[in-house]
Design a protein around this ligand. Structure first.
Ligand code: ZN
Ligand code: ZN
Length: 190
């Protein structure tokens, strides 16, 4: 048990040092793995995003079978990107809940909390969801982490805007990072 806890701590800090929201990073990893090992029966209904993710990243045999089943079923309709409709959105939602509980539990440890406060990254969406899972007394630290990440995003956006006004269009990755901060990494959330 001790070793397992240690491994989880290592994984949360190693995810966090990638300079991306740790929940976004965990969800992306989960989704990549899910797509890679997709079986023909794993997905009957799917949304636009997951249709394309399967087409681009799923095992060809499974995805062809999934698409054939859908096309040959006259009642098949594209799903909205919600867990009640899309089978893969549903898997992502369950994983997110599991991860949120895990992070909230780990944040009860002062050392990890202060490390995350100083060096961690959370997007706005996931930051608020983490806060929602925490007891009142532990919320301030994560609120400060979100404020720091928010201020960093504002600063790079303002710099970028200034350069655009001066006629330079370099550094478009700034907009992608701002989108990531606001709505989470592409394809990890609906
Ligand atoms: Zn996130
Ligand atoms: Zn979906």
């Amino acid at each position: 048990m001790r070793e397992q806890e240690h491994a989880m701590k290592l994984s949360i800090t190693s995810i966090a040092t990638r300079n991306a929201c740790l929940l976004c990073a965990a969800l992306r990893e989960f989704q990549n793995d899910l797509l890679k090992h997709l079986k023909p029966d794993d997905c009957r209904r799917f949304c636009n995003t997951h249709g394309w993710l399967m087409a681009n990243a799923g095992p060809a045999e499974s995805v062809a079978a999934i698409f054939l089943t859908a096309i040959l079923n006259q009642d098949w309709r594209p799903a909205s990107p919600v867990s009640e409709e899309c089978d893969l959105c549903s898997r992502m939602h369950k994983e997110k809940e599991r991860r949120l509980e895990e992070i909230a539990k780990q944040l009860r440890e002062p050392k990890l909390r202060s490390w995350l406060h100083d060096y961690g990254t959370l997007c706005l969406r996931h930051g608020r969801e983490v806060i929602h899972k925490l007891p009142e007394a532990l919320r301030e630290s994560i609120q400060e982490l979100i404020s720091r990440n928010s201020a960093e995003t504002v600063e790079t956006l303002e710099d970028f805007l200034q350069r655009v006004k001066e006629g330079s269009h370099a550094g478009g990755g700034v907009l992608g990072r701002a989108a990531e901060f606001l709505v989470a990494q592409r394809g990890t959330e609906s």
